[in-house]
Design a protein around this ligand. Structure first.
Ligand code: TXA
Ligand code: MG
Length: 340
């Protein structure tokens, strides 16, 4: 099939995009985090196609996207006051909230769980499309499963072009890593995935926050993550990714001693000249975590090419948005971390 590219500047964009959703089609949507592979969350057959196109495991539930917090009680039950507190403060924006689901949400969306993850994206065109479609849009990140998420319409077309009805080209995603996920069906609230809304911000809004073990380390075989997606290998190019921690000069000494023709380095702008590898790519200035988040996935995609079998990556150590960057890089590296 031909995948149509819709542009927000076109007067028909919202109506055409909403028609794709209403007719059970697949529509890639821009959000402030990453692009989503969307379908009507109330249409089981359309949702089934999302899993097929992505090659996604059936036990990995989807996030539903709503155009306003007013829609949440239509799809979720027993919504606590602290959920409204978070929505007031962070929506629309990069925060997904896990709540108990109502029966109207098909089991295929929630992968059989009695909870559903909900978010209201910041990107205005996407909220307009959801509103015009009249249904919530279920959307995982619009990448092939296991690959880095997509932050441009070109990435989406590269991964799944020809297999979906349309993509809305909203340009580059502002945040660049997926939304923060917080589970409000437990007490204290639990952070399941770090993102653009930081743990510090959540803690100040909620008072208490626990951090799911799957966020910071590989789980043991007998442990089950609360967010099923956290157990899969993720965000990975074909090459082996290795994180090198420590001062720039020490990292350069170690990496340069272990460099061959197939080595690439992903580092901070300031470090570029230190490395002798044939491919050195920078993804932002050290300490500028928003910049690093914004460029992370496109950089990993750029390094996913023939001839590169090993990528040494420099990774921020701080809290805030750096926490999300570190989480994604650690998963891409399968927790392969060297301290120098
Ligand atoms: O920023 C985002 O969240 C993007 C954009 C498109 O909105 N979406 C996204 O979706 O990252 P996806 O499918 O790539 O990641 C969703 C994560 C998975 O790890 C999944 O297991 C978890 O959310 N999840 C979904 N529903 C859940 C639930 N009811 N309880 C716990 N975790 C859930
Ligand atoms: Mg994903």
């Amino acid at each position: 099939m031909d995948t149509k590219v819709l542009y927000p500047s076109s007067p028909d964009c919202v109506s055409e995009a909403a028609a794709v959703i209403r007719s059970g089609g697949l529509l890639a949507i821009p959000t402030e985090t990453v692009y989503g592979l969307g379908a009507s969350a109330l249409d089981e057959d359309a949702v089934k196609r999302i899993f097929e196109v992505k090659g996604r495991a059936q036990d990995n539930p989807l996030i539903i996207h709503v155009s306003s917090k007013k829609d949440v009680p239509k799809y979720c039950r027993d919504v606590p006051q602290r959920a409204y507190d978070l929505m007031d403060r962070f929506w629309p924006g990069p925060l997904t909230i896990v709540l108990y689901k109502k029966d109207i949400i098909p089991d295929r969306v929630s992968a059989g769980l009695d909870t559903v993850a909900v978010r209201c994206p910041e990107t205005e065109i996407t909220r307009k499309i959801i509103e015009a479609a009249g249904v919530p849009i279920a959307a995982p990140s619009a990448n092939l499963s296991g690959k880095p998420s997509t932050t441009t319409a070109q990435h989406v077309l590269h991964d799944i072009g020809g297999r979906i009805e349309a993509v809305v080209d909203g340009g580059c995603c502002r945040v660049g890593v997926e939304s923060t996920i917080v589970d409000l069906t437990v007490s204290p609230a639990r952070l399941l995935r770090p993102g653009g809304v930081t743990p510090e911000q959540l803690e100040s809004a909620l008072g208490a926050l626990s951090i799911d073990p799957a966020v910071e380390r590989a789980l043991r075989a007998d442990e089950r993550p609360k967010a099923p997606g956290m157990k899969y290998r993720h965000y990975s190019p074909e090459a082996k990714v290795i994180i090198v921690r420590g001062e720039s000069e020490n990292a350069a000494r170690y990496i340069n001693a272990n460099t061959d023709d197939s080595t690439a380095v992903l580092c901070y702008d300031e470090e570029k000249e230190l490395f002798t590898a044939p491919c050195v790519l920078t993804y932002g200035r050290e300490g500028h975590d928003e910049e690093l988040a914004g460029n992370l996935f496109s950089s990993l995609r750029e390094l996913d090419r023939e001839g590169i079998s090993k990528i040494y990556a420099r990774c921020p150590e701080q809290g805030g948005v750096a926490f999300a960057v570190r989480n994604r890089l650690q998963k891409a590296a399968g927790y392969n971390i060297i301290s120098v």
